[in-house]
Design a protein around this ligand. Structure first.
Ligand SMILES: [Zn+2]
Length: 141
């Protein structure tokens, strides 16, 4: 962890404070480009946007996939106030970002929250393989 890493993490934490002050969950993130300067930043807007996916990491991953070429995306670093959740980690992987640096770990965050409730959606499958594979077969070749 370099001095610059800590400086950018402090900015992500500051963005988390901005989110909290606006009435949203307290999370913030930013992206630095290949030259090490900040190219984008965002904060959680889940409540103000009424959008369960409005995590800053996901918003920045979507922005990067839309606005950056793959080589540039691979040379970016995401700094985020908390370790990305499963949804955001998937988007970060798909966006091709090169590096993620976080402040709080998921485990540390869990220690600051009440226990999660609900069991989550039950998944059922696989089913109808022959019919479903026809939509996919040959697409990736
Ligand atoms: Zn997330």
């Amino acid at each position: 962890m370099t001095h610059d890493d800590e400086r950018f993490l402090r900015r992500a934490i500051e963005l988390a404070g901005t989110a909290r002050a606006a009435g949203d969950p307290p999370f913030g993130s930013l992206l630095t480009g290949p030259d090490g300067s900040v190219i984008a930043e965002d904060r959680n807007t889940v409540l103000t946007d009424s959008d369960i996916t409005a995590h800053p990491e996901l918003k920045l991953a979507r922005w990067a996939a839309r606005e950056l070429d793959p080589e540039t995306a691979a040379a970016t670093t995401m700094y985020t106030s908390c370790q990305p959740c499963g949804m955001c980690a998937g988007a970060i992987e798909r966006s091709g970002l090169g590096r993620v640096v976080f402040a709080l770990s998921t485990e540390q965050l869990t220690g600051l929250k009440p226990p999660a409730t609900g069991a989550g959606a039950r998944q059922e499958g696989p089913a109808l393989f022959e019919e479903a594979r026809k939509a996919v077969e040959g697409y990736y070749l």
